[in-house]
Design a protein around this ligand. Structure first.
Ligand code: ADP
Ligand code: MG
Length: 601
């Protein structure tokens, strides 16, 4: 029993960002009783927190649990002040929609890039992609349906329930949205869901790809983090009710979230940063790398009135007239949806859409809880100071003040457009195009103050996480570059050389009988030109240091070097190789292409 409660694994075999060296190996796991223990493959598994001998936190669960507590304390203060004395705690609730690709196992096995990096590093476009918009609403194929059914059964055994399962936009892309639950359990459940998806896919001769961008040119995968707060008395604090304009609780909490998001855009951005998510964010299919919030017309209208002091006359829900007698009339929502927004209000919850499909939802959820706890704390402090006589006025003033000060974060338009990027800059919103542009956000004074105040991370833990992010970036790109070098040197270039020899032989044979060899000659000339381009790019990539091991150096500097030198060099190699794939006789090409991968299942 004791050993279940406390364990002692090797804390040096885990990224610690300098907190732990190999000779300082002691680390502890501690049973998290708020998440269910479960049986997996005949083994009892206990959800645990993980810290080092010195007490520094190494995991994502401990900060999450701390943030959940901080949120609960601060939201309860506000609720008690607002007269809800029976509220003794709140839960952060999360439902993480999980997107994924399914590809055939045999095809997958022939792609070194997919096996090693989880994404294709080369690949000419398939003749058909997603341009017909025919996948999302298309029939779920029998093989995929069988996978989904078995997946459900496995998940049910662990108490994880899917509320929807469907095809996604790209060919071979799908989604599972679970029934939401309290944040800590939702994180554990999502972790299990990803693992079981892979396991079940394997039994169906499939491989589940969780990478954010397995294929260039079609949509990538994300994980929408649906987040809300519920009191112990069962009240959702973000439920607008019939008359949101008069709903003080809703307006106050809503405005506090707006303030939190505006003040900590950088922390939200870094909470979803990963080298794989870099391939997706801002890619015209996923939220841009700028954080903004969508509220929809109705709420924006209400808040405009609060700000200007005018009365709000409400948007009535109208009936949708289908014009067909046998179809039921139904009430239309008062507001549309905006799929391009990174942080959207969706009825009674917020949907944070920047999270990557392969990532844990731990960090983004911790971040949202923390920044919102801070805003609630400030609101509670202000309201406490106002005293009873001035209380109503103080609430009103606070809502108005937050709304006025944080207008700039609200954007209802098209987040994918170029105009928005310009407008965002005009508004002074930071743009973090790549993940490493946002890493320093972890250790600004503002961030340290926030996280230390609520005991979520201390300075050393933040420093270590920063180090881990830089290191992970460098190592991931390094592995990808080495994989490209391996594939290009051992498979692709040799195949193209064999092909050029065939062409040369053909030309010689044709000319020996006096036949026209012009077609083969042109093909040989074009192929050879691309071949030498590819070969030069390959040498350049090796030269830049992508060939050997990663040098132990200043992690930050190295990360920028990889972004500015290695990534462009990888691009320069990919371009001629993809052009060759469009030219070379299919029987020579050493691996299956995009059409095989995307349309085989
Ligand atoms: P949408 O169409 O907006 O994506 P869904 O109802 O399909 O809405 O919900 C998507 C995800 O959001 C599901 O995983 C669901 O469980 C979750 N969800 C719904 N309501 C809440 C809530 N109040 N808090 C957190 N997550 C929620
Ligand atoms: Mg959704």
């Amino acid at each position: 029993g004791k050993r279940l409660i406390k364990g002692e694994p090797d804390a040096s075999s885990f990224p610690s960002g300098g907190l732990r060296a190999t000779f300082e190996a002691r680390g502890y796991t501690a049973w998290d009783p708020t998440s269910y223990a479960f049986i997996k493959d005949k083994t009892l598994c206990i959800p645990t927190a993980f810290c080092s001998y010195g007490g520094e936190v190494l995991d994502k669960k401990t900060p999450l649990l701390r943030s959940v507590e901080a949120l609960s304390v601060q939201a309860t203060r506000v609720m008690n002040l607002l007269g809800y004395k029976d509220v003794t705690g709140v839960h952060a609730c999360v439902g993480a929609e999980q997107e994924y690709f399914l590809v055939d196992k045999k095809t997958y096995a022939q792609r070194e890039d997919l096996r090693i990096c989880g994404r294709t590093l080369f690949g000419a476009p398939s003749p058909k992609g997603q341009e017909l918009d025919d996948h999302y609403f298309g029939v779920i194929k029998p093989r995929v349906k069988a996978f989904m059914e078995e997946l459900n059964e496995e998940l049910w055994e662990l108490g994880i329930y899917a509320s929807t399962e469907h095809n996604e936009v790209a060919p071979s892309q799908h989604e599972l949205a679970p029934v939401f639950t309290v944040a800590n359990n939702a994180c554990d459940q999502n972790q299990l869901t990803m693992e079981i998806m892979k396991k079940v896919a394997d039994r169906h001769g499939l491989v589940c790809l969780l990478h954010e961008k397995p294929f260039r040119g079609v949509n990538g995968s994300g994980k929408h983090n649906n987040w809300s707060i519920e009191t112990n008395t069962g009240l959702n604090l973000f439920k607008p009710g019939d008359d949101p304009f008069e709903n003080t609780v809703f307006l106050l909490f809503l405005c506090a979230v707006i303030k939190a998001v505006d003040e900590h855009q950088d922390l939200l951005r870094i909470s979803v940063a990963s080298p794989s998510n870099d391939c997706r964010l801002g890619g015209n299919e996923a939220p841009p790398a700028i954080v903004s919030m969508y509220l929809g017309d109705e709420l924006t209208g209400i808040l405009d009135c609060v700000e200007s002091g005018k009365k709000y006359f409400g948007a009535k829900r109208t009936h949708m007239q289908t014009g067909v007698h046998v179809l039921p009339d139904f009430k239309k929502d008062t507001t549309d949806r905006n799929r391009t927004s990174p942080f959207a209000f969706t009825g009674n919850k917020f949907e944070f859409r920047m999270v990557g499909s392969s990532d844990s939802i731990g960090s983004p959820t911790t971040t949202i809880n923390a920044i919102v706890a801070e805003a609630f704390c400030e609101a509670a402090d202000r309201l406490e100071a106002a005293g009873e006589e001035n209380f109503d006025m103080a609430v009103h003033d606070l809502i108005k003040e937050y709304m006025t000060a944080h207008q700039r974060i609200l954007f209802n338009g098209d987040g994918y457009s170029k105009e928005w990027e310009k407008e965002a800059q005009r508004r002074g919103l930071p743009v973090f195009p790549g993940m490493i542009d946002s890493v320093e956000a972890l250790t600004t004074d503002k961030a340290i103050r926030l996280y230390e105040r609520f005991g979520i991370y201390n300075r050393a833990e933040l420093e270590s996480r920063k180090e881990i992010v830089y290191e992970t970036y460098v190592k991931t790109i390094h592995i990808e570059a080495k994989t490209m070098i391996d594939m290009a040197s051992k498979d692709i270039l040799p195949a193209v050389i064999r092909y050029t020899k065939t062409l040369a032989d053909t030309i010689a044979s044709l000319e020996s009988v006096g036949a026209d060899s012009s077609v083969s000659k042109t093909l040989l000339k074009d192929t050879s030109a691309l071949l030498s381009q590819a070969s030069a790019a390959l040498e350049d990539l090796k030269q830049k240091g992508a060939n050997g091991n990663v040098q132990k150096k200043d992690a930050r500097k190295q990360a920028f070097f990889y972004r500015d030198e290695i990534v462009p060099a990888m691009e320069a190699l990919r371009a001629p190789v993809d052009a060759l794939e469009m030219k070379v006789d299919r029987s020579f090409w050493p691996m299956p292409g995009y059409a095989d991968l995307l349309f085989e299942v």
